[in-house]
Ligand binder design. Sequence first.
Ligand code: RP5
Length: 280
Amino acid sequence: MGVLLCPSQAFVVASLSLKFANASSVDASPLSAKASPTYNRSCNLARASHEDAASLSTQGISFRVSGSRRQVNDPAGRRRRIERGFSTMTTFAAAMQADVLDSAAEVKPAAAVGIIMGSDSDLPVMQSAAEILQLFGVAYELTVVSAHRTPERMVKYAQTAHQRGLRVIIAGAGGAAHLPGMVASLTPLPVIGVPVKGNATDGLDSLLSIVQMPRGIPVATVAIQNATNAGLLAVRILGLSSPELVDKMLDYQKGLEEMVLEKAERLEQLGWQEYLKQQQ
Ligand code: RP5
């Protein structure tokens, strides 16, 4: 059994296979965990700066987490600290009796991108943005926020987004597509708008609603239905502070190039009639 502690609850986990953002995790040894700012965030220890601290006690064992350091006192009062960033909770498992959450093994990294849409009917289009973020390993959240049907929810979402750690918002909407623009007016974050094609028109209504923003409130608008590009643009924005994402983007672009070159070669070999026939 391994243990991950959050201030309000203690998680007992079968083995310390805990995952943290940035793929940082874990010692192999049971009952040890890596404390990191992300860990702290995951636990709501502190929307917290690196140095914020939280503590709790369980059956006489007290824990203090402060940034990337952790001290563990066992019941006998012996203090343990292994090294900056690590603690070993050797006496902890036996003492645990607090909330047991099996899902603790699935500690989610904080979302960097918020994907929102005016209706669940937009989801078949907006899922492409989520797929891209998954491909690049970018943490995201996804939900429905309607500018017209849930205006108060929209205001709250947009005004708190940057405080919650989001760095980019992707907003999709169809018809009178006011969501991206209104969200952009309420947040300092970059907003990427996805015009969704409705049933009544070809999507031009959504495109113009999203793209024709007044000076001062930009929305980066992608093509109608093109949530894929919204995801890719979000990755590129995040790449400004992540060399790893830049490398992944270069790989992705290389993949596109190879795909096209392969198609061109095949087309040239087969001739266009046979190529088309084989595509059907
Ligand atoms: C917009 O109205 C939504 O973004 C959606 O594209 C459109 C239709 O919504 P539903 O009637 O399908 O919920 O606000």
